[in-house]
Design a protein around this ligand. Structure first.
Ligand code: UDP
Length: 345
């Protein structure tokens, strides 16, 4: 059984890390929400992004356009802004694509993270918060998924995230890196203000796709399998509000700055919702009938994934505040109705 550490309590809503904080991938979905929260807490923050999938419109703090393949450019950014901590979101994150093009995932996730770590080491920057994933666990043998579950990822995506966790642990032992690896479940929702949200091209995630049907941009939503061993036959996932994820990063930064590391924990709500439940919620929120089409199962999709345990609370004082699927879908709908074509329009 897990024994909570004897760390003093921390409140993620009052956690104000020291800055400047460099957010790598800060123009992306989860990154931009974290940057916004740092800004709101008056923490100096700089974004480094290559805009391959991120959006310049989502960033209003100092911005550095930089490729992580270019070590000299990373070094220049670090020398210019002198960050005391880094939050690293930049990665490729499509499970299916990682199967057909693993080289892209090993290069962009593993090698580029190595570049960042090396330049941080050269610059004497010790603290790193890293986006890991529940995909590092692979097929669950036991639910809910707690941090004690074996990590046997099945997709190249999950494997690269696990390689990166291992790299961080080795750097911590050898070079004194202090890191937090936060294993997200299904990030979803959008900022309550409606100005930040999910805008991927191509979009593959369930909630935005369902809402695009409600907007009339798609005819129907494909349900990938309705014959799973779940109550309604569709896959169950743990959807966690992107603003809740952002809160956890600030608490993790504070913990690292207190010298408490390493931190490895799940970020989920502990409650799963099926694909059909998500669609039903979207019908209620949008008032649109949202037609469906049943398709075969998507390869590599486990029937159920949801987080368990209290480690994120024990380590970071973190509990999701906005864990209702209706609130998550409502915020995503608010963003999408204001940005029908994404940030560009
Ligand atoms: N899904 C679906 N139709 C879609 C997209 C996703 O039925 O068009 C299902 C998918 O099989 C999974 C769940 O919705 O069970 C969440 O998928 P998503 O791609 O949003 O996130 P993932 O769990 O793959 O990270």
């Amino acid at each position: 059984m897990h024994t909570p550490p004897a760390w003093p309590p921390i409140d993620p809503d009052r956690a104000n890390p020291a800055g400047p904080v460099l957010v790598v991938g800060g123009a992306g979905y989860i990154g931009s929400h974290t940057v916004r929260l740092l800004e709101q807490r008056k923490v100096p923050v700089v974004v480094l992004d290559n805009l391959s999938t991120g959006h310049r419109e989502a960033v209003r703090v100092p911005f550095e356009h930089c490729e992580l393949s270019d070590r000299a450019a990373i070094a220049k950014v670090l020398a210019k802004h002198q960050p005391c901590a880094v939050v690293h979101f930049a990665a490729k994150c499509y499970v299916g694509e990682s199967v057909t093009d693993p080289a892209k995932y090993y290069r962009e996730n593993v090698i580029h993270t190595f570049h960042l770590l090396e330049e941080m080491r050269a610059a004497g920057i010790q603290d790193l918060v890293f986006s890991s994933s529940c995909a590092t666990y692979g097929e669950p043998t036991k639910l809910p998924l707690t941090e004690e579950h074996t990590q046997l990822p099945i997709s190249p995506y999950g494997k690269t995230k696990l390689h990166m966790e291992h790299m961080l642990a080795d750097y911590a032992r050898a070079y004194g890196l202090r890191f937090a690896a936060l294993r997200y479940f299904n990030a979803a929702g959008a900022s309550q203000a409606g100005d930040l949200g999910e805008d991927h091209d191509p979009e593959t995630h369930l909630i935005p796709l369902v809402l695009q049907v409600a907007l009339g941009q798609r005819k129907e939503i494909a349900i990938f399998g309705d014959d799973y061993p779940t109550p309604d036959g569709t896959c169950i996932r743990d959807y966690v509000h992107v603003e809740d994820l952002a809160r956890a990063h600030l608490a993790a930064l504070v913990r690292l700055q207190e010298g408490r590391a390493p931190i490895l924990c799940n970020l989920g709500t502990g409650t799963g919702f099926s694909v059909k439940q998500v669609i039903q919620t979207a019908r209620k929120v949008t008032g649109h009938p949202i037609p469906v089409r049943i398709e075969p199962r998507r390869p590599g999709d486990p029937p159920e994934l949801y987080s368990g345990g209290t480690l994120a609370y024990d380590l970071l004082g973190w509990k999701p505040r906005r864990a209702g699927i209706e609130e998550i879908v409502r915020d995503a709908w608010n963003f999408l109705s204001k940005h029908r074509e994404g940030y560009a329009h």
